[in-house]
Design a protein around this ligand. Structure first.
Ligand SMILES: Nc1nc2c(ncn2[C@@H]2O[C@H](COP(=O)(O)OP(=O)(O)O)[C@@H](O)[C@H]2O)c(=O)[nH]1
Ligand SMILES: [Mg+2]
Ligand SMILES: [Zn+2]
Length: 383
């Protein structure tokens, strides 16, 4: 059996690439798999049948006969078998936002625990050395690799390339930080649209759209695969249970393990080991921790009150730009149902803060998407 990796889906089927054949192939899904509701996403490894190649042997068509086990799966957009994630941020344009960076780190640790996570600070041409050094001082001791790059000047890009080599990588982060610009620099042939999120309609389409782009050496040998993402809306970022938030902060996890109180949230208890050692923790990180605890508690309360699964739509974000906003419970469903227009207005209000908001994200699951098959249920994603 020939194996291949799915690069993207399109109206009629899937584009896959087979290393074995050195070819890209247009594929349809075997009808039995279609009937079974088998989901096939970008990044999935599949077995091919009925392979037909063109004369040059670099293109062809085939049928997807099976999907191999997934190593992991990023949702929104769906990308399977991700080796590593680069959380792209900037220090200016947009301004550095520590809470947002920590939100991404926690979300991706929950969502893609088996992938390696990098912090990639782009637009270094706009930053001063001191502020970059301060950020490295926060994150490098936590075992995150911090890459300093500029898509504009090319600074740091050779190191980025070295980390991308031989891997399937995803760039994520808020809009405007330069993800598409970086990918364009890595593969100039792509010409990805820069600043796409200025146009909401385009942004909407890209949220559920995903594609693996090839990275190649100067002699056109494939050196890796990379996917762009439009970033997550705040409502899509996962929270752990309140008691588990500390485990997602490496510097707190070590101290939490030695806290003498079994059910401590490390916020107020006299004698708490984290509070006693607070001077060793970066202020920004502790603040992020406290915010995530509060939000996680809100979610837990809601779950209890409604004794049902908390959907993304039950929390809203108010009170500030991007990651500075807090999640608070929305009004009861009775009120929500009648105020779609108001919700739209609200959406517009914090659109600037969160340019990747995708109203349609929840209903816009790709076809053939079987929840059982994903290993989780959509409603559980916030837990
Ligand atoms: N000064 C500077 N501007 C950049 C850099 N990278 C991207 N930009 C600009 O930032 C804006 C957003 O870039 P884009 O790639 O669309 O960001 P994305 O939303 O994360 O994909 C564009 O106007 C880019 O030209 C950089 O390294 N330095
Ligand atoms: Mg982009
Ligand atoms: Zn404690």
């Amino acid at each position: 059996m020939v194996t291949a990796t799915v690069l993207r889906r399109h109206a009629g089927g899937y584009l896959v690439h087979s290393d074995e054949l050195g070819a890209s192939l247009q594929c349809s899904l075997r009808s039995r798999l279609k009937k079974e509701g088998m989901s096939i996403f970008t990044g999935d490894r599949v077995e091919l049948a009925e392979v037909e190649l063109n004369e040059g042997g670099e293109r062809g068509s085939a049928v997807i006969a099976a999907r191999l086990d997934r190593q992991n799966l990023l949702s929104r957009p769906y990308i399977a078998n991700v080796d590593q994630v680069f959380i792209v941020q900037a220090t200016h344009q947009p301004e550095w936002n520590g809470l947002l960076c920590d939100r991404y780190l926690v979300h991706l640790r929950l969502e893609l625990a088996s992938a390696r996570h990098f912090i990639c600070i782009n637009k270094c041409d706009l930053s001063c050395r001191e502020e970059l050094a301060a950020l490295r001082n926060i994150y490098e001791p936590l075992d995150y690799t911090v890459l300093l790059v500029s898509a504009k000047t090319g600074e740091g890009v050779s190191e980025l390339k070295r980390h991308l080599s031989g891997k399937t990588s995803v760039l994520t982060g808020p809009s405007g930080v330069g993800k598409s610009s970086l990918i364009n620099l890595l593969n100039p042939a792509l010409g990805l649209k820069v600043d796409v999120n200025e146009d909401l309609n385009v942004g909407r389409h890209t949220t559920t759209y995903s594609e693996l782009y090839r990275l190649a050496s100067s002699c056109n040998e494939i050196t890796g695969w990379i996917a762009d993402t439009p970033g997550f809306s705040l409502g899509e970022l996962k929270h752990p249970q309140p008691s588990e938030v500390a485990w997602q902060f490496p510097e707190l996890a070590a101290l939490a393990a030695d806290c003498k109180f079994g059910d401590c949230l490390h916020l107020v208890e006299q004698g708490c080991n984290i509070l006693a050692n607070q001077s060793k923790i970066a202020e920004q990180r502790y603040r992020s921790y406290a915010t995530l605890i509060e939000e996680s508690q809100n979610e837990a309360r809601l779950r209890k009150e409604t004794s049902q699964k908390v959907e993304h739509g039950l929390l809203k974000y108010v009170g500030g730009k991007e990651g500075r906003a807090r999640a608070v419970p929305k009004l009861g469903a009775r009120y929500r149902a009648q105020s779609k227009r108001r919700a739209r207005q609200q959406l517009a209000d914090y659109q600037a803060a969160d340019e990747d908001v995708d109203e349609t994200a929840n209903v816009n699951e790709p076809p053939f998407c079987d929840e059982e098959d994903l290993g989780f249920k959509a409603g559980e994603e916030l837990s």
